[in-house]
Design a protein around this ligand. Structure first.
Ligand SMILES: [Zn+2]
Length: 478
């Protein structure tokens, strides 16, 4: 096994990020530029994310289905905004079975078009609504500048596509799923997020409006962690999906779509990782506790392992994912380092001297804290400690975000703050595209969102001085 060295985070954040991925064996580069091989350690995190989200989707009445990877090229052209937004990054298949295809096929960049083409056959009456479907799939968007997990040409995600009888129902669904994403980010990923509405410039191509959750990464930059779109009747009109209302009239169906991707693994690395590697929040860790038995002589090994088998027996029943690393070809120190790089939330060290005191040593990955603990009821102690780590990671991320958030009323300060610290800049904005574009061009910061729970506060647009009703978040983003 190659010894992977991790660049210090403060030295070169971008190098640190790729080093952490290599050290934890999360992903590899693929032969095709921009593609990614997700290794078992990375995929295990994705599976945990899937399980958590899938459970929440089903609790809210959604079912899973699967639509094809190939979409007739003509479909994309049916919704004007949609084609404009996606055409530049679409991969097109022109040949199949050794012959030129009559109509080229696109590889789905997202599935609204093929799904709405299908919904036309599935929806006839208000009794068929709402239609609540989710798909777990891969999508392809041809990217010029790629980074593992954050931006790759092919990525994994889920995409929800729902159909409703009224605009109001579609809006409720859009907000409900945004809420699901927020809960997932905060309760599972220990990642605090801000819910808000995207500006016209930043909304999904083909949406009436878009909401997102925005998180702050460890370098102060923003990351869009999930989006939920109210599509209005745009796709129903493009694909002629109408239904008979309960009044007997015909109307176009209202739509939503919402997605969250493997980019969240990148978010997890950047939000919680440190100079020793990734830190996986306990609720997303397959191995939550690693036990490192310490021994020199065979008779010590026997005694230590007997104790380990004894106290870990109750772990499974307590729902604790445990790994006992009793490999003899590696020293305990080497193993500590190895499991730290992989982000295992808690380590248990136990040697002959601990046995005399009926104890073990608990070492937390998030803050390095070492505490002795009794072997009696160890499963409960571990459970409690894992909960504390989960809560601690969230708290730390909240504090970090607050420390790097600034109310800014002077536009000339923008670049100075962004260059020094990145961060979230809460500033007034008049609502015009022109002011938004100017800030982006001059500072590389975009409006991340118009926060939903922002305080009402009259002010003046930071660029033009026109009246504004409240602050929006400007930040440089991934
Ligand atoms: Zn303005």
């Amino acid at each position: 096994m190659a010894e992977a060295k991790i660049t210090k985070r403060s030295e070169d954040y971008s190098r640190w990020y790729t080093d952490v991925i290599a050290a934890a064996e999360l992903a590899d580069y693929a032969p095709v530029k921009g593609c990614m091989i997700i290794r078992p350690n990375g995929y295990a995190i994705w599976e945990k994310m899937q399980q958590a989200l899938d459970g929440m989707f089903k609790e809210t009445g959604h079912q899973n289905a699967y639509f094809p990877l190939f979409i007739p090229e003509s479909f994309l052209k049916k919704e004007a905004q949609h084609v404009e937004g996606f055409a530049p990054e679409v991969a097109v298949v022109t040949h199949g079975g050794g012959e030129k295809l009559e109509e080229p096929l696109i590889i789905r960049p997202t599935s609204e078009t093929i799904i709405w083409n299908t919904y036309r056959n599935w929806i006839q009456s208000y009794r068929d609504l709402p239609l609540l479907i989710n798909q777990w799939a891969n999508v392809v968007r041809w990217e010029m500048r790629t980074r593992l997990f954050l931006r790759t040409t092919e990525f994994l995600w889920q995409e929800g596509h729902t159909a409703h009888a009224t605009d109001d129902d579609a809006e409720k669904e859009t907000l409900q799923m945004l809420g699901v994403y927020k809960r997932f980010a905060e309760e599972w990923m220990a990642l605090p997020v801000i819910e808000g509405r995207k500006t016209e410039r930043e909304k999904f191509a083909g949406a009436d409006h878009t909401y997102s959750i925005e998180a702050m990464m460890g370098d102060g930059k923003a990351l869009q962690a999930g989006t939920s779109h109210h599509l209005g009747q745009n796709f129903a009109k493009a694909f002629d999906v109408t239904f008979q209302t309960d009044q007997g009239t015909r109307d176009y169906v209202y739509a939503t779509s919402w997605g969250l991707s493997t980019r969240m693994i990148g978010a997890l690395i950047m939000a919680h990782g440190d100079d020793n590697g990734i830190v996986v929040p306990p609720r997303l860790a397959t191995i939550q506790v690693v036990v490192i038995p310490i021994f020199r002589k065979p008779e010590e090994r026997e005694r230590v392992m007997a104790a380990v088998n004894n106290f870990t027996a109750a772990f499974k029943a307590a729902g604790i994912g445990v790994k006992i690393d009793d490999r003899e070809q590696y020293s305990p120190g080497w193993k500590y380092n190895e499991w730290e790089k992989r982000g295992v939330p808690l380590r248990i060290e136990v040697g002959p001297r601990d046995l005399e005191k009926n104890q073990v040593m608990l070492v937390r990955r998030d803050n390095g804290q070492k505490t002795p603990a009794s072997q009696d009821d160890l499963a409960q102690t571990v459970r409690k400690t894992l909960d504390e780590i989960q809560a601690g990671l969230y708290q730390k991320a909240v504090e970090f975000r607050e420390k790097h958030s600034y109310p800014v009323d002077d536009y000339s300060k923008f670049n100075e703050i962004l260059d020094r610290d990145a961060g979230f800049l809460w500033s007034h904005w008049c609502g015009s595209d022109a002011c938004e574009d100017r800030v982006k061009a001059e500072t590389k910061a975009t409006i991340r969102c118009i926060p939903m729970n922002r305080p009402k506060e009259t002010g003046k647009c930071i660029v033009c001085g026109e009246t504004s009703e409240g602050r929006v978040i400007f930040a440089r983003a991934y």
